[in-house]
Design a protein around this ligand. Structure first.
Ligand code: UDP
Length: 496
């Protein structure tokens, strides 16, 4: 790479946990290649990052600084209700970030120091990388004469759906309507999927201005010349090829789709001597790892629903009974449903006598678990997941097969990919007459994954895929080379 002064890139994150972490990991990768990064997000996310992952901003090294934009939208607890509610709130925060980002940019371009800047100041920024759900950044970057790139933190299948929005709208599939008859949707490069598998944020129930913001995100994405995506080419070849050539009636295709994934928070954990030393880990993290170490290889099921979704009290009850009946050891991240008060003991959510019956067979963590450390532990043999994209990538990276229990966002689409396409997981599905997923179904699928014939097959496919994606991020691999090409482009735009 050229030896002139390093280029300065602004990374702008959408304020949900999965998006924030993936973009921060990208920041680490860019900094490791000599790029200077100002990482910007809503203030509450930045504060949380500093608490959970970095302790102090300096843990990220001298080339990265974190800048929080103070929120004006009232803060809400994550997990207030399912899908739509939290998506709407996050979208409101994301829209509100615009004015303050514009102001920050003006200050940076005028040579001012951003809040949180170190004594050594950075040169003026030359490029912006922004999350797909911040569609307004494109215009701001153009006005400020900055190169603009979009970061897409989900799968290439979801990217294809977003790029196909004009088609899906013209065919009447979107906005998704609750009363619509079930029908299959076919897009080239993807396995056919049911209309109910479309991302929840394309539902008509979303408030109008927020739905507009989602549509804008799709339309702006179609115009983007370079899209960085958190996936691996070998894992989603058809979907990436489709995204590369997909055009609508108005736009020529001159799009680059650079798969650079998996971009994992492992980049951050590396700083904490991951995975061998215990320095930097919290006491309760060490306790759950110690419990895992007392179990035999691949015998434990990890159960977690990501950073947003919290099952209802009824679902928790069924889940507990299903887990108990499965005879499997499990590590469960259990959070208090928002309808319960903070003084409500977690044990009251569980069936009577549950913990004394199970005793050492289960370990409950609340409210947050060191997920990567858990997935990397040799005792973990399965992951019952809500199908968040980061959780999926993290699980594959450690060869841990999945039980898919999708909840909101684009998670149903992810579930189809895990189960039908990659065959690295089994699906939990409600029976026709069930309102919530029943304990029998939960028990059955856990037994299949952890001990049954189907489990053997998915474990094999998952182990193979782990090797594929690990190769892709090593020198000569597709993701490694794509990232390198991107860094060269950044250096070029920095020297103009
Ligand atoms: N995560 C974690 N501990 C938890 C819950 C989540 O470390 O107790 C991390 C997880 O490793 C992943 C992210 O939070 O990196 C969740 O992102 P994902 O896309 O899986 O789901 P979301 O939270 O966006 O629904």
């Amino acid at each position: 790479l050229p030896t002139t002064s390093p280029p300065h890139v602004l990374l702008l994150a959408f304020p949900s946990q999965g998006h924030v972490l993936a973009l921060l990991s990208l920041a680490k990768l860019l900094a490791s290649k000599g790029v200077v990064v100002t990482y910007v997000c809503a203030q509450h996310r930045i504060s949380r990052l500093q608490r959970k992952y970095t302790h102090t901003a300096s843990d990220l090294g001298p080339l990265i600084r974190l800048v929080g934009l103070p929120e004006r939208v009232p803060l809400r607890d994550v997990g207030i209700d399912e899908g739509i509610g939290i998506s709407e709130w996050l979208m409101e925060v994301a829209i509100d970030m615009k004015d303050q980002f514009v102001q920050l940019l003006q200050e940076l371009q005028a040579g001012g120091a951003a809040p949180g800047a170190q004594a050594q100041d950075f040169a003026a920024p030359s490029s912006v990388v922004s999350d797909v759900f911040l569609p307004w950044v494109r215009d701001v970057a153009a006005t400020s004469h900055l190169s603009h790139y979009v970061f897409f933190p989900c799968s290439a299948s979801s990217l294809s759906v977003m790029l196909s929005l004009p088609l899906l709208i013209s065919q009447g599939h979107v906005p998704l309507v609750s009363s619509a008859e079930p029908h299959l949707i076919t897009l080239p490069g993807l396995s056919p999927f049911w209309n109910k598998d479309l991302p929840v944020f394309l539902h008509e129930k979303l408030k109008k201005p927020l739905q507009q913001a989602i549509f804008d995100s799709g339309f702006r994405l179609i115009e983007a010349s370079t899209i960085l995506i958190n996936t691996t080419y070998e894992m989603e070849t058809n979907a990436i090829n489709y995204a590369l050539q997909l055009k609508d009636n108005f736009h020529e295709v001159k799009r680059k789709v650079l798969s650079v994934g998996p971009v994992l928070p492992i980049q951050i954990l590396n700083d904490l001597s991951f995975p061998h030393s215990q320095s930097g880990k919290q006491e309760h993290d060490i306790e759950c790892l110690r419990w895992l170490s007392s179990k035999t290889a691949r015998s434990v099921l990890y159960v977690s629903f990501g950073s947003i979704h919290i099952p209802s009290t009824e679902e928790i009850h069924e889940l507990a009974l299903g887990l108990e009946a499965s005879s499997c050891a499990f590590l469960w991240v259990l959070r208090r449903p928002p309808c319960t008060s903070s003084s409500f003991p977690l044990s009251t959510l569980l069936p009577e006598g549950f913990q004394s019956r199970l005793n050492d067979r289960c370990f409950i963590v609340s409210p947050w678990a060191p997920q990567l450390l858990i997935l990397s532990h040799p005792s973990v043999g399965g992951f019952l997941t809500h199908c968040g994209w980061n959780s999926i990538l993290e699980s594959i990276s450690f060869g841990v097969p999945l039980i898919a229990y999708p909840q909101f966002a684009e998670q149903r689409l992810n579930c189809r990919m895990i189960v039908d396409q990659l065959r690295i997981g089994l699906e939990l599905q409600k029976d026709e007459n069930e309102l919530i997923l029943g304990r029998k179904q939960i028990e059955r699928v856990i037994r299949l994954l952890m001990g049954g014939e189907e489990g053997v097959e998915v474990k094999k496919s998952c182990a193979q895929l782990k090797d594929v994606i690990r190769r892709s991020v090593k020198k000569g691999g597709s993701s490694y080379e794509n990232l390198d090409a991107f860094v060269h482009e950044i250096f070029d735009s920095g020297s103009k």
